[in-house]
Design a protein around this ligand. Sequence first.
Ligand SMILES: C[S@@+](CC[C@H](N)C(=O)[O-])C[C@H]1O[C@@H](n2cnc3c(N)ncnc32)[C@H](O)[C@@H]1O
Length: 199
Amino acid sequence: MRTFIIRARKGTTRWERIRSTVGAREHFEVVAHSVINAFFVSNGFRDDVEVYIILDSSEDFPRTLKLSGGKGLSIAGFHEEAVLALVEKALKDSHGLQKDETRTLAPGLQISGFGFEKLVSSLLETRPIYLLDRKGEDIRTTELGSNPVFVLSDHLAMPPKSVKGLKRRGLKMISLGRKMLFASQCVVLLNYELDRVEF
Ligand SMILES: C[S@@+](CC[C@H](N)C(=O)[O-])C[C@H]1O[C@@H](n2cnc3c(N)ncnc32)[C@H](O)[C@@H]1O
């Protein structure tokens, strides 16, 4: 299993706003492209992948969507629109979700009423988690633990307070080179690096 956490700092929790945040300052396309690159390969779908999308921009509390390739997740295509429709519907269908509540909305699709800190704390109990950072240790010299979890931000930097907290908990920072890449490009490279050692 490989897991990607995409922290969308400007990701809205209002379903009716999702589409207007594509190509705008919120750059929700970053999330859509990351999801597509996480799951889709030519003529195939990776069922050993999970993606958590954290929507931080909320009037009450953040939402975390969990997409599980191995649990029957259905995305209508490998285009932006398909991911937008999935997120939009998940937010619409989870109307009234309470803080800390988790609902399964469809096979392979869950939504929770919590955000980044709580998600990381719960995953840390069983999984090795890596923070993607240009200045981290080169992924090729890092021995990754099994079933790794990779944390990425969207077009905005991870808040320094979160980075500090992650370091305090012993999370390793790993790098994919000195160039600042899009989160979606990091997802491609991470899948590639794992494929290289797994196949
Ligand atoms: C577009 S970047 C964020 C840019 C933001 N302005 C900043 O200064 O962090 C999105 C995320 O991709 C990851 N990332 C980008 N380039 C990377 C690299 N060369 N190595 C490791 N992670 C990288 C980081 O997690 C980063 O937060």
